[in-house]
Design a protein around this ligand. Structure first.
Ligand code: TXA
Ligand code: MG
Length: 347
């Protein structure tokens, strides 16, 4: 398939309209959002959405997020509870997805046969114009081949999906760089199924009673069915085996230096996911600073690009410094643990 690539910004109305025509015709368009790039199709067109699963190699039991540009979502959901309204009013447009009871308008393929649907309104203006011009909601998972790190630049999507989609639009690096927070919204309780830039604290600040799905904190049990089907797959995985080191930072650096020496003697190259504070303390290996520990937002934005860079360099092992699992650190460590297949050493 020929894939058209358009570098656009929010003022590129003609090109965004052309992309919207592709969506209307049942085609696939990769587009930017503030979290990660999405692989979009008309959410009301089952055949179009089937192509998404094929292009990504995505398992059929992993449901898609439906992206909207209008606050009136009554056509797509059964009834909207107060808690859902509160989240929409406070955080939409923005990086949070609500899981609510679906209406019959949304095809079962989109929700992988669940009776709930995940909906979000992106803040990225190109994304919202695309949805508006298409005149339909857009179903979109992250625009990566299943199992690879989510794409945070247009180049990542070109690497993964060139020739597999009708069009790729974008240009800017994604602002947040981690996928949206996914919350299941029930009358009494809000449960975080996937941590993201909208944190537990932020949800509690608007008066919600918030739980964290246990699958986020520990390695998912193969026999347990997680609430968010996506949580059970190995994800974000770089090619090399990855280990996260947590505990006192001095000890972490010593341990990783020891590993660098050990692997070097075997002719192997270690990739180190370091921070601005530590990057000069390593003696060898391929060092990438993911950012300063004082700016977790930038670390989140750089994480997937860093994992992809280790793939390009073709390192043999990756050792990564860990982060505190609170605030945005919960989302960062959630993605890192998945990338490392829960291989964590606490010193
Ligand atoms: O930031 C994002 O959310 C990006 C951009 C493109 O918007 N999209 C994204 O989609 O990350 P995807 O498909 O990679 O992740 C969707 C997650 C999966 O973990 C999936 O299992 C969960 O949302 N999900 C979707 N529908 C659900 C539902 N009805 N119930 C529970 N979890 C659901
Ligand atoms: Mg994804």
């Amino acid at each position: 398939m020929d894939t058209k690539v358009y570098y656009v910004d929010e003022h590129s109305d003609e090109k965004i309209k052309e992309a919207a025509e592709v969506i209307k015709r049942g085609g696939l368009v990769v587009f930017p959002t503030e979290t990660v790039y999405g692989l979009g199709a008309n959410a009301l067109d089952e055949e179009a959405c089937r192509k998404i699963f094929k292009a990504k190699g995505r398992p059929q039991d992993n449901p898609l997020i439906v992206h909207v540009a209008d606050f009136d979502i009554s056509e797509y959901v059964e009834n909207i509870q107060e808690n859902a309204k509160k989240i929409m009013e406070n955080f939409w447009p923005g990086p949070i997805t609500i899981v609510v009871k679906k209406s019959s308008r949304i095809p079962m393929l989109v929700t992988a046969n669940l009776d709930s649907v995940a909906i979000r309104m992106p803040s990225n203006k190109v994304a919202r114009k695309l949805i508006e011009y298409a005149g339909v909601p857009i179903a979109a998972p992250s625009a990566n081949i299943s199992g690879r790190p989510s794409p945070t630049t247009i180049e990542h999507t070109i690497d993964d999906l060139m020739g597999k989609v009708d069009m790729i639009i974008g240009g800017d690096k994604c602002e947040f760089g981690l996928e949206s927070t996914v919350v299941e919204v029930l009358d009494e309780k809000v449960t975080i199924l996937r941590p993201g830039a909208v944190t537990k604290d932020m949800l509690e600040e608007i008066g919600l009673n918030v739980d964290i799905d246990p699958a986020i904190l520990t390695k998912p049990d193969e026999n347990l069915k997680p609430k968010s089907p996506g949580m059970k797959y190995r994800h974000y995985a770089p090619k090399a085996e990855m280990t996260i080191i947590t505990g006192r930072i001095e000890r972490t650096v010593d341990y990783i230096n020891m590993k660098i020496d050990e692997m070097k003697s075997k002719g192997k190259l270690v990739g180190v996911l370091a921070t601005d504070e530590t990057k000069d303390l390593y003696r060898g290996g391929y060092i990438i600073s993911v950012g300063s520990r004082k700016k977790l937002g930038l670390i989140a934005a750089n994480l997937f690009d860093t994992l992809r860079e280790f793939d390009k360099i073709d390192v043999d092992y990756i050792y990564a410094e860990g982060f505190e699992e609170d605030g945005l650190g919960l989302a960062i460590m959630n993605r890192m643990k998945k990338a490392a297949s829960y291989n964590v050493i606490n010193l």
